[in-house]
Structures are given as C-alpha cells and as structure tokens.
Design a protein around this ligand. Sequence first.
Ligand SMILES: [Zn+2]
Length: 269
Amino acid sequence: MEEKITRKIYIAIGLVLCFTAIIMYKIQNTIILDASGVPKDFVEGYGDEKIGELDKTGIIETDYSKVNEDLVIEDYTDDTYWNVVLVNKMEPLSADRPITLGTLSNGKQLDKRIIDITEQMIKDAQNDGVSLIVCSGYRSYNYQQGLYNKEVNEWLSQGYSEQQAKDYASKEVAIPGTSEHQLGLAIDFITKGYTNLDQGFENTDAFKWLMENGYKYGWILRYMDGKQIYTGINYEPWHWRYLGPELAKEVKDSGLCYEEFLQRTYTFN
Ligand SMILES: [Zn+2]
C-alpha cells in the first residue's frame, strides 16, 4: 500500500517537472510583442539594408561602374518628384531634408502623403486573411547616425582600424543619409507568426500578398534577389518602397530593380 502511494508521488513529481520544463521552454521561446505587434526588444535599423555579407568568401561589393554616373535625381521635396527620389550609397540624403510626417494606426510614422493608402493596403490584406505589420517606417538621419556610430565603436573596440571599423559597420547598418527610411517612403514588414527581418520572410503569406498586390497601393520590393550589384544591398524581402501606384506598376512590370529601371527609362539632367 505504501509502495503504491510512493509510486504515485513519484509520478506526480515527474509530471510536475515535465510541465515546468515545457512551460519554461515556451516562455523562453515566446516573443513578447508590443501593442503594435512588433517584438519588444526590436531595434529599428539593425539587419536592415545590409550592404554585404561578412563571410569567409569576403564581402559582396557593388560594382558602381554599372551605376550610371549621370543618374542624378535631385533631392526633390516639391510635389512633382517627391515619390520618385532615389536613395542609395551613391545618392545620399542630406541631414536636414525636410519632411512632413503622418502616423499610422500602430504608431509608426511615414510621409504624411502615403498614410491613407498604406492603411488601406493593410486593411485590404487583413480582409484577405493576411497580417501586415509595419515594424519600421520613418527613421531620422540622427537616429541612423546613432546606430552607425554605435556599430563603428563596437568594431573599434575589437582593435580594428577606423577605416576597417567604418567598412564593417556599413555592412550591418546603413550609412546615415543612405537609408530610404529617412524619406518616410519605406517600410519594413513583419507578420503575425514571423517577426524576424530575414530572408525567411519570403515564405510568408504576407510576402506573397505583397508581391501580388503591393504595387496597386504604390509599393515595390526594393532590394530584389540577384540585383545586389545595382542596389548595393542584400536581398531584403521585408523592405518595401513607395513609388505611387502608377510608377510602381511600371517598375514591377519591367522586372528591373529601381536603379536599373531609372537608368533605362529616364534621362535626368
Ligand atoms: Zn528597411
């Protein structure tokens, strides 16, 4: 009789330990989201717009000889070309570029002119059963500068020279002025069930929906796979750029990345 009770106690203890282990495992693997659906420890700007991979084979470098030197689009802030502006390592934005911001319902900011159409896109996706969460919209020059400096300092503290530190930092964080997020016309998307900013995003329903419908609301996939040599940026399925519905359709239909499209389609003086 006593033996049976002892056995029952052991089984009970065993079960409690099992459940505790399962709960601890779940807690450790649960990503805590804030009210807007973005992971709480998410730092905007890291892992986004990486200029190259650091690996054994070295760094992917952009061949800027392939980028037309004549392709200069002024830093237009007027109503004619505001949506067309090209931003990359060759065409940086100034620190004091003016912008009028609006705020999305989840609190993230974008150029005021694209708030309504973007909200509409998110709503329409939702009606199709797809969750689109904006985890990063507008980022200021100063914010980007802070991220960049922090990254440079980390490399310096590991004993690298200033030039090396800057080179390596620029592979992890966009150089201030070269991020489209400063335009307020770029979004990094995540989705319910996939909150990483990595290439796995391309397997989500959110990405598929964006590929089929994004252009209708003016958005294009900005850093396409296989176009790194023109964009200077790794493939980023989560990063989308607003061009307006008309231009976005043209760019999408061309199958070109934005740099290529501008070179082949327009001559700017
Ligand atoms: Zn981005």
